[in-house]
Write a protein that binds this ligand. Structure first.
Ligand code: ZN
Length: 154
């Protein structure tokens, strides 16, 4: 995601899936990521190219001003826009890349803290060897890994 952030300062990256009457895309440019959906009600006018494709443009698209007239809600670099029309209806949600990076960083941090807490609790309860941390549920008297004899516990 960091390379994406650096690239987005001077380029636009688009990953898109085009279906028969709808398409979705993730667009990254100028430190922002846009989640884009496009529904076309008039199938006769739809594009014949279907499938997944990735585009890289040598200029940074300005997502905020591109969809500037159709904002439902905008707070700084966060925005939701909807452009209802016939035959095409477009939705886009824009968030800064740093926000996504933060989201992706929070989950592993929470998992690590929970894992450490659980280990500490299991150690305190005598389920793990106090010396090496080996699982003692099968052999509560003596650690088969390092030989430590468990202290007598109730
Ligand atoms: Zn041990």
């Amino acid at each position: 995601m960091i390379p994406l952030w650096i690239s987005s300062r001077s380029h636009t990256d688009i990953a898109a899936y085009r279906g028969e009457d709808r398409s979705i895309a993730i667009i990254s440019a100028r430190g922002l990521v846009g989640f884009y959906a496009h529904v076309q009600n008039n199938l006769k006018a739809s594009t014949p190219t279907r499938g997944f494709n990735v585009q890289h443009e040598e200029f940074p698209l300005d997502l905020i001003s591109m969809f500037g007239r159709s904002y439902i809600k905008r707070v700084g670099s966060f925005a939701i826009a909807s452009s209802p029309g016939e035959p095409v209806h477009i939705w886009i949600a824009i968030v800064p890349i740093w926000f996504l990076m933060m989201l992706f960083a929070i989950a592993p941090t929470v998992w690590t803290i929970r894992y450490r807490r659980r280990r500490r609790r299991e150690r305190a309860e005598g389920k793990l060897c106090l010396n090496c941390g080996y699982d003692l549920r099968a052999t509560p008297e003596r650690c088969p890994e390092c030989g430590t004899v468990a202290e007598a516990s109730a």
